[in-house]
Design a protein around this ligand. Structure first.
Ligand SMILES: [Zn+2]
Length: 335
């Protein structure tokens, strides 16, 4: 049975999840080995747990959401917390789902059409809206691990969705930071970044509602952010805007793949808490003012080591201005 433990030494929450031990861990090699039978390919649906959600076109699924077989947390776990002396823990209550991005085993976000990326985004939106109905769920973590260096264990394109009864301390610090910025300036931190960066050499692509750029202090080589200019969350966003975001994602991955070839990466959704709790009550009602959601893409060209673990600061050998200059060539060629 999994649980969430509070790390008193480092002021952070840790998931202790014995079920994760049984997932297939690839042997050390440069690329992810191909499974003999892919459980995420069409025709093998019986190998996965009961479907939670799917988008179907002409009787065939385009995206599919299933519970993670090797889940870190589960809805069936009792929602409880207890103390053991100075240590605190919570039952591993929460949702851990797998979104199969596409029926195509070898697809990438560069090879997928904007319509296919739209279906993927629409599925994410549906899951965020549905999970928010459980008032006990607070933190929502949506991410893709693509390739061995990014921590993937399945080659078929997929996304993980984890909803927890707490916010990670790291996320809480980020929201508190945005909240303080708003109190000092009366404006959203993210909106200010979009306005300023859109005029700088790190800008890649801008449309009415989204802005893609290489962040000023990128932690990873060729790191990029796709920032919503007006919306705090993907929940409730109109389909035309999801189409607009799909275009940003497609153009970015075409550019990254043209520059880097096949590359491993993590893709992370930064979304506000689903529900109010003791940690976020001070800013939850203000989230539309203080926060704009964004998608962060971090190519994993180098592996992290002791310095990053120790300091939570990165050593990035590629200047963000150079990364933006190289990537912008493909936007200009494609437009
Ligand atoms: Zn497959």
């Amino acid at each position: 049975m999994s649980e969430i433990r509070y790390d008193l030494l480092h002021d952070e929450y840790i998931l202790i999840a014995p079920e994760r031990l049984h997932r297939p861990i690839p042997e050390a090699s440069a690329t992810l080995p191909e499974p003999r039978i892919c459980p995420f390919c069409p025709g093998h649906e019986e190998l996965t747990p009961q479907e939670i959600f799917a988008i179907r076109q002409d009787g065939r699924w385009q995206t599919r959401v299933i519970p993670n077989l090797y889940k870190a947390v589960q809805i069936e776990t009792p929602y409880d917390s207890s103390c053991d002396g100075i240590n605190e823990r919570w039952g591993g209550y929460g949702a851990h789902e797998i979104l199969v991005d596409t029926p195509l085993h070898d697809a990438t976000l560069a090879s997928m059409s904007t319509q296919e990326i739209f279906w993927w985004l629409k599925t994410i939106q549906e899951r965020v809206e549905d999970l928010a109905k459980d008032p006990k769920l607070v933190g929502i973590d949506i991410f893709k691990n693509y390739g061995l260096k990014a921590g993937a264990t399945q080659p078929h394109p997929h996304t993980q969705i984890i909803a927890l009864p707490i916010l990670s301390k790291h996320q809480k610090r980020a929201f508190d930071h945005a909240w303080r910025y708003y109190q000092e300036h009366g404006r959203s931190l993210h909106q200010d970044i979009a306005t300023f960066e859109s005029q700088r050499e790190r800008a890649l692509y801008e449309t009415t509602h989204f802005f893609t750029f290489a962040p000023y202090a990128s932690s990873f080589p060729f790191e990029t952010i796709l920032l919503a200019k007006e919306h705090a969350t993907i929940a409730g966003m109109k389909e035309t805007l999801l189409q607009e975001l799909a275009t940003h994602i497609h153009k970015l991955f075409v550019a990254l793949q043209a520059e880097l070839g096949q590359f491993d990466y993590n893709l992370l959704f930064y979304l506000p808490p689903l529900n109010q709790n003791f940690e976020n009550a001070h800013f939850f009602g203000q989230k539309e003012r203080i926060f704009r959601f964004f998608v962060r893409v971090t190519p994993r060209i180098y592996t992290l080591a002791g310095f990053e673990l120790l300091t939570h600061s990165a050593i990035n050998p590629v200047q963000p201005e150079l990364a933006a200059k190289l990537l912008r060539r493909y936007y200009e060629a494609g437009s």
